[in-house]
Design a protein around this ligand. Structure first.
Ligand SMILES: [Zn+2]
Length: 496
């Protein structure tokens, strides 16, 4: 028998498991999230299938790992049409479907949108423009498309276009210039009360959209919030002392310099970046609360499956890594995962089994009475609340994207441009790597975190390693996408 609960998926881009409340203490100062905790089941052992936005969201929506859907840095660059997944399934059942993403990767430009009635997304520059106050999405697939944001016009201009290429690098190297500019802009606009969040249009857009839906039609909304993504700037609305401002606003976050080996962040610098990241996660608290309130205000919340998660984590010096992408390190692939089932069923409990973002699609399929057979590697999250997962859960590090950064120095390329598959099962993490004989294994503690940074070396052979090898082969069997100059420039302009 089919049922029709509402479905709400909130992706907190870049938020890693260890800094989100619920399992470890996480960051404090998140009252709205903590108040919701009693209605959610927390999955302490949750893994993202990829370490960056594009492949991870494809997995989330389709219920497939990277070697199944083929979208990653050593494969396709856009979604193939006809993928199975949540949106086409729910649309078939009469749902109204909204995709609203502050992250520009999750947009029709990269093939997202199939099955959705409405698609709204950010222009990428939202990361830099934090004066606050906008209630209209920069881009929208709906009729009567709103005006494109000013910076997208800058990008298209012969005169100002090249400057936008250097924006991420400039902000990363001289964050105080940008911080001071944002403070000035907010002052001049007289909108200092507007929260300085990234993509302030998201909640008003969700509220408008929900308000416009017939109450007897079930809804599905996939939302991406980008506040915890680098570059890290101070919350411009917050008053600070000059010494605090100096310490934070001068914290270089130069991803490109780190990639190329020209900048080696000190422990103190990494600690400052992490503190700014924690501040960004705190700012997500009120946003989560407002989105849930919108579902409550329209009488939908009690009959809603809500998933709060992230598409990947973030590193601040762990394993020598900065931010995300490239490698399947623990802080990059361990993500928060909370699930609210209708009426808060099993709320406040902790799930037992290893879980993945690919499990969200079969969870929804099960809840609406659709067959789950089209997700062969995924399982319903409801089965993992009290049971172990049958088999390992996997994550991929796909190295550099589509042959970009070919000019990396040899030592940095050798470190970053690796392809690896990590498998989590029981209390062991096993990693196999393309072109490297044998595997590495880490013992994990009760919460699934590595007990020490030093792995054991395993010889080739055995069922687990053979299985991971075959996944690695499938992953790299197809052709690597060729990106146009325009797309490459756009990625650079976003800081990728
Ligand atoms: Zn992301």
């Amino acid at each position: 028998m089919s049922r029709t609960p509402n479905v709400l998926v909130i992706v907190l881009d870049c938020v890693r498991a260890s800094d989100f409340p619920g399992v470890r203490p996480g960051v404090d100062g998140m009252p709205a999230t903590k108040a919701l905790q009693k209605e959610f089941v927390a999955f302490p052992r949750a893994v993202s299938p990829a370490t960056w936005t594009l492949p991870s969201h494809v997995s989330l929506l389709s219920g497939e790992n990277l070697w199944e859907h083929g979208v990653h840095g050593k494969g396709r660059s856009t979604l193939p049409s006809g993928l199975p997944g949540i949106a086409p399934m729910l649309r078939r059942l009469g749902y109204r479907c909204l995709l609203a993403s502050v992250n520009p990767f999750v947009s029709p430009d990269w093939g997202f949108g199939e099955g959705f009635d409405t698609v709204d997304w950010g222009g990428g520059y939202g990361l830099y423009l934090r004066a606050g106050g906008s209630v209209v999405p920069p881009f929208s697939s709906a009729p009567n498309e709103p005006a494109r944001d000013a910076l997208s016009r800058f990008r298209g201009s012969r005169w100002t276009g090249p400057a936008t290429q250097y924006l991420p690098e400039t902000v990363g190297r001289f964050p105080w210039v940008w911080d001071a500019s944002i403070r000035m802009a907010r002052h001049l606009r007289g909108r200092t009360e507007a929260p300085p969040v990234v993509g302030s249009w998201l909640e008003p857009t969700v509220e408008r959209w929900l308000g416009g839906q017939a109450s007897d039609r079930p809804v599905f909304a996939l939302l991406n919030l980008l506040d915890a993504h680098e570059p890290y700037l101070m919350a411009p609305g917050r008053p600070v002392s000059f010494s605090e401002w100096t310490r934070f606003a001068t914290s270089r976050a130069d991803r490109r310099g780190w990639m190329y080996g020209s900048w080696h962040p000190s422990r103190r610098q990494l600690a400052v970046l992490h503190a700014l990241y924690v501040e960004a996660i705190r700012m997500l608290d009120a946003r989560i609360g407002r989105i849930v309130r919108a579902f409550q205000a329209t009488g939908r919340w009690d009959d809603t499956i809500c998933v709060i998660t992230s598409d990947h984590g973030q590193a601040f010096g762990e394993s020598g890594h900065l931010f995300h992408g490239f490698r399947a390190f623990e802080p990059l692939v361990r993500v928060p995962l909370w699930v609210h089932w209708p009426n808060g069923d099993r709320g406040g409990s902790r799930a037992r089994g290893w879980a993945s973002l690919i499990d969200v699609a079969p969870t929804v399929a099960e809840a609406v009475g659709e067959p789950m057979a089209e997700f062969p590697e995924a399982v319903s999250l409801s089965s993992l609340v009290v049971n172990d997962r049958p088999g390992p859960v996997c994550a991929v590090g796909d190295g550099s994207q589509w042959g970009r950064w070919a000019d990396l120095p040899a030592d940095r390329k050798a470190l970053l441009d690796r392809v690896e598959v990590a498998a989590f099962e029981g209390s062991t993490k096993t990693v196999v790597e393309k072109g490297r004989v044998g595997a590495r294994a880490w013992e994990l503690d009760e919460e699934g975190y590595e007990r020490s940074s030093e792995p054991r070396e395993l010889a080739e052979g055995g069922a687990t390693i053979a299985d991971l090898r075959s996944k690695l082969e499938r992953l790299t069997a197809g052709p690597v996408a060729k990106l146009s100059v325009d797309v490459g420039e756009r990625l650079t302009g976003w800081g990728y």
